[in-house]
Design a protein around this ligand. Structure first.
Ligand SMILES: C[S@@+](CC[C@H](N)C(=O)[O-])C[C@H]1O[C@@H](n2cnc3c(N)ncnc32)[C@H](O)[C@@H]1O
Length: 600
């Protein structure tokens, strides 16, 4: 009876209740539990003869406590949603009446002031026993437009975490609101367990006594919206400690803030300072007017009053890497770099285009640098420019895609903000970056956009522990395997007229056994540099675990770590072996030929 009493006092809150589906399910489940308890109480009473003595067995259930509809609490900003939610609950009450018998009277209609048309982030939340719901998702980049500056200022002040995806604030508030031992279960888009959003939501929960007990890391939202969601159930400060965990339906030893197990989680990997200065997002011109068609670029580059090659560059976007057989840019861009206006004036044909197409828009830009430096890209991009400066080539990868696709770029190419660049020119670095070790690590550390990988340098590149080749021979083995893999890949792409996405789609289907073998060879060479066997490369969980351990050893200072030689010793020019030099020369000639071809 005490248990039934307790159950009937159990209150549930959905702080973004919409039309009340979650509350309806919560009510239904509570009614079912209450029904089970009621039956047991009646059975016990009958067995003990208590009812017979009172002679009132048929009325007993009515005298027992029951779940009240008002135990369901909700907030929604939308008044119509709130009205609907109240009706959903009343209909639920009728259904449960038919299913379990009478509890609370059906008429008059129950008023439900517990479902409130209010902003859940502004209102104080009622005392409840558990919190459920799927709070609204809105990416941080859309919040200003949607809510206005005042609301955003308030959010920043209230939560102290800056502007994050909207649903993050519900996770924090829910956790803060729970008393020890209480539980919450929220649904959110799966970005909640990734990087920026995770740090201020699930990591906050775990760091403040929350224990994730049961979660689905990612599943397709069954509705019309094309999103993947995560389902997260947690308990605050459980006592005794919680020992059973279910992740994606499988019993596990625990669940980490990135919705993995303690054995596979990379959330705790720390940035390695020796990796800095090597990976950057490309540049955003801030003004479509900088971009040129092939014909426009051809016409300008053919002019003789200036060397327009200085400021007119092939412009690389992620799609070029994924789709073009040679991973070549298909557009051009005017890039004055850091040139002051008087120097930009020495390239009049390019400057007049920017003056005409960019300057008028820039004049209205809120950012002072952009208004005053209308002929330059949106920011100076000093770090990325100086990282690439003087390199005979560099590595680029698309920011978002089904796979992490890496390619060589010649220095003339201007990387757009849709690519990441890696400031390396040697085949060894390309080999490590292309190996399963880096690719698997990147996937585990990067956020996803739907099912596409979104590489993030801060979480993927910075903590990535590079290998420890014991000698030049091991390094050269990787370099050679990398050259061979890329040459083979290039040959197939060009002869078939396909880009890397189609190439790897076909490879995954079973085609190009030689390319697959070449990747295996590369993986084995990189594994050897780590001091591991080649079989490690075939086991993603093992890769993540080992790299995570290595990251920890390096970050804690247990292992010295100096993965890169200084630039002068890295193969950036004179130091190249003959073979590499020949390859560079060939690549340069090929590029020059292609450019000439394009300009012809
Ligand atoms: C994903 S829907 C929830 C749907 C709900 N679970 C249902 O069953 O219908 C998110 C809801 O949050 C509401 N919402 C958005 N911002 C809110 C806020 N600041 N306070 C309360 N509700 C909010 C929206 O109106 C929307 O109904």
């Amino acid at each position: 009876m005490a248990l039934l009493d307790q159950l009937c006092r159990f209150r549930v809150l959905d702080p973004a209740c919409g039309c009340g589906n979650f509350l309806y399910v919560a009510y239904r489940e509570l009614r079912e539990l209450a029904d089970t308890l009621t039956r047991r109480i009646v059975e016990f009473a009958l067995e003990g003869g208590g009812l017979a003595r009172e002679g009132k067995s048929s009325v007993l259930p009515r005298r027992l406590p029951y779940i009240q509809l008002r135990n369901m609490h909700g907030f929604d900003r939308d008044v119509r949603a709130v009205r609907l939610a109240r009706w959903t609950l009343r209909m639920g009450q009728r259904q449960m009446h038919d299913r379990f018998g009478e509890a609370e009277a059906l008429s008059p209609l129950i008023e439900l002031p517990t479902i409130q048309a209010k902003d859940a982030l502004v209102e104080p939340w009622p005392d409840v026993d558990c919190i459920v719901g799927n709070p609204p998702f809105l990416g941080s980049q859309h919040m200003r437009r949607e809510f206005g500056a005042d609301y955003l200022r308030w959010l920043c002040k209230e939560f102290g975490i800056g502007i994050k995806d909207y649903c993050v604030y519900w996770f924090r508030r829910a956790h803060d609101h729970l008393a020890p031992g209480q539980r919450a279960g929220l649904v959110a888009t799966n970005s909640i367990c990734q990087n920026r959003a995770r740090r201020v939501s699930l990591e906050y929960i775990v760091a403040n006594g929350g224990v994730i007990t049961d979660a689905i890391s990612s599943q397709n939202w069954p509705g019309t919206a094309a999103v993947d969601v995560s389902l997260i159930n947690w308990v605050k400060s459980p006592s005794p400690a919680h020992t059973e965990f279910l992740l994606d339906g499988v019993p596990v030893t625990g669940i980490t803030a990135d919705l993995r197990t303690p054995e596979t989680s990379t959330a705790l990997a720390r940035p390695l300072s020796a990796n800095s200065g090597r990976c950057y997002q490309g540049m955003s011109p801030v003004g479509e007017g900088f971009i040129l068609s092939v014909d426009e670029a051809t016409a300008i580059l053919a002019r003789s009053e200036a060397n327009y090659r200085d400021v007119v560059r092939p412009y690389l976007v992620g799609e070029d890497i994924a789709e073009s057989p040679r991973q070549e840019p298909r557009r051009w861009i005017i890039d004055f770099g850091h040139r002051p206006l008087e120097v930009a004036m020495k390239y009049p044909a390019a400057l007049s285009i920017v003056r005409e197409r960019v300057k008028p828009l820039r004049a209205r830009n809120k950012d002072r640098f952009r208004r005053e430096h209308w002929w330059l890209f949106g920011r100076p991009y000093t770090a990325v420019r100086s990282a690439l400066e003087g390199l005979p080539r560099y590595v680029a990868a698309g920011r978002v895609g089904k796979r992490l696709l890496l390619t060589w770029c010649e220095p003339w190419t201007c990387p757009s903000d849709l690519v990441y660049v890696f400031a390396f020119s040697d085949d060894y670095a390309m080999g490590v970056l292309s190996s399963s070790f880096h690719v698997v690590w990147a996937r585990s550390r990067s956020s996803t956009l739907e099912d596409r990988l979104r590489y993030t340098p801060t979480s993927a590149f910075m903590p990535f522990p590079w290998p420890y080749p014991v000698d030049a021979g091991q390094k050269e083995h990787v370099a050679k395997a990398s050259r061979q893999m890329i040459a083979l890949r290039q040959e197939i792409c060009v002869s078939e007229g396909i880009g890397l996405t189609r190439l790897y789609n076909r490879l995954e289907e079973g085609a190009y056994a030689d390319l697959k073998a070449s990747h295996r060879e590369l993986d084995a060479a990189v594994a050897a540099c780590y001091g591991w066997t080649r079989s490690v490369a075939e086991d993603p969980a093992e890769i993540t675990q080992r790299l995570l351990r290595l990251n920890g050893e390096i970050a804690s200072g247990e292992r010295p770590y100096q993965p890169f030689a200084t630039r002068a010793h890295e193969g950036g020019g004179q130091q190249l072996s003959l073979e590499i030099a020949v390859e560079h020369a060939t690549a340069q000639t090929m590029h020059a030929g292609n450019v000439a071809e394009r300009l012809a």
